[in-house]
Design a protein around this ligand. Structure first.
Ligand SMILES: [Zn+2]
Length: 243
C-alpha cells in the first residue's frame, strides 16, 4: 500500500480489502507523519458506530499496511460496541500459532500485558485491547482493538497475522503436534460396540485414542492416526514449503 506515502496531511482514503473496508487518515508530515487506519464490524453499536480497530502506522510500516489492515478486517467481530475486548492476554498467548512453545511460564509485566517472540519479531498484548507487533528491523504494527466481540481467538489471529508479516524465514513454518488422548477415555464414550475409528484401539473397556493434530504457524493443519504420523506429516509440510 505505497499510496499511503502519497496521502496529504489530513487526507482520508478508503481501501477495500477482501474482508471489508478500512479507512485511513494521514497525520503530521515529513519525518513525523503517521497514518491512523480503522477497520469495522458489520453490525453497528447502538449509536451507529461501526469501528472495531484503530491501527497507527509509521512510514516504515506502510509496506505492510495492506496485508495488516486486511487481517484486522478479516478478524473483526460481527458487532461493534464500546466495551473492552473480552479476552485475557494469557489466553491469547496460548491460542497464538506464531509461537515456538505453549509451555507455562508466560512472561508478564506489571501492566498485565503478555509478550512473546519468534525469530525476527515479537508481539505484546495488553488487557485493554492494545496489540503491538515489532519486527527486529524496527517496523511496528500497532492497533487498539475495540469492542467486547474481540475474544481471545480473534486477538490471537491478529497477533499471528502481524508476526507472520514481520518474522524471519525461520518462523514462517514452525510446526507442533498435539499429545494423543491415550487410554483414559472409557469405551462407553464411543458407544459400546461402536466400530473403532482409525487411530483408536481397545483394551479392558477403554479406548486408545492415538489421534494427533499437526499444526504449522502458517495456518496449515492436519490430523494423523498417531503422533508419529503427525510428526511425519509436519516434516513433509516443511519440506514441501522449502523450509
Ligand atoms: Zn507452514
Amino acid at each position: 500500500m505505497h499510496s499511503l506515502m502519497l496521502l496529504a496531511p489530513g487526507e482520508i482514503a478508503d481501501h477495500l480489502t477482501a474482508h471489508g473496508r478500512v479507512r485511513m487518515k494521514k497525520f503530521g508530515s515529513g519525518g513525523w507523519e503517521f497514518v491512523r487506519a480503522a477497520a469495522y464490524a458489520r453490525q453497528p453499536a447502538g449509536d451507529g458506530a461501526l469501528r472495531a480497530a484503530l491501527s497507527t502506522l509509521r512510514p516504515a510500516a506502510y509496506l505492510y499496511a495492506g496485508a495488516w489492515l486486511a487481517a484486522l478486517a478479516e478478524h473483526a467481530p460481527a458487532r461493534a460496541d464500546y466495551r473492552q475486548p473480552d479476552m485475557a492476554p494469557e489466553s491469547v498467548r496460548l491460542l497464538a500459532r506464531m509461537t515456538r512453545t505453549h509451555a507455562n511460564g508466560v512472561p508478564r509485566v506489571t501492566d498485565g500485558s503478555v509478550g512473546w517472540s519468534v525469530e525476527g519479531a515479537s508481539a505484546r498484548v495488553w488487557p485493554d485491547g492494545r496489540v503491538e507487533v515489532r519486527g527486529d528491523g524496527g517496523v511496528v504494527l500497532a492497533v487498539r482493538l475495540e469492542g467486547s466481540g474481540w475474544d481471545s481467538g480473534r486477538v490471537a489471529a491478529v497477533a499471528d497475522a502481524g508476526l507472520r508479516l514481520l518474522c524471519g524465514p525461520g518462523a514462517r513454518h514452525m510446526t507442533r503436534t498435539s499429545e494423543p488422548s491415550g487410554w483414559d477415555r472409557p469405551l462407553s464414550r464411543w458407544g459400546g460396540d461402536a466400530v473403532l475409528a482409525a487411530g483408536r484401539d481397545r483394551k479392558g473397556g477403554q479406548v486408545y485414542d492415538g489421534v494427533s493434530v499437526a499444526r504449522c504457524s502458517c495456518g496449515w493443519v492436519v490430523s494423523a492416526v498417531s503422533r508419529l504420523g503427525a510428526r511425519a506429516a509436519a516434516a513433509g509440510h516443511v519440506r514441501a514449503v522449502g523450509g
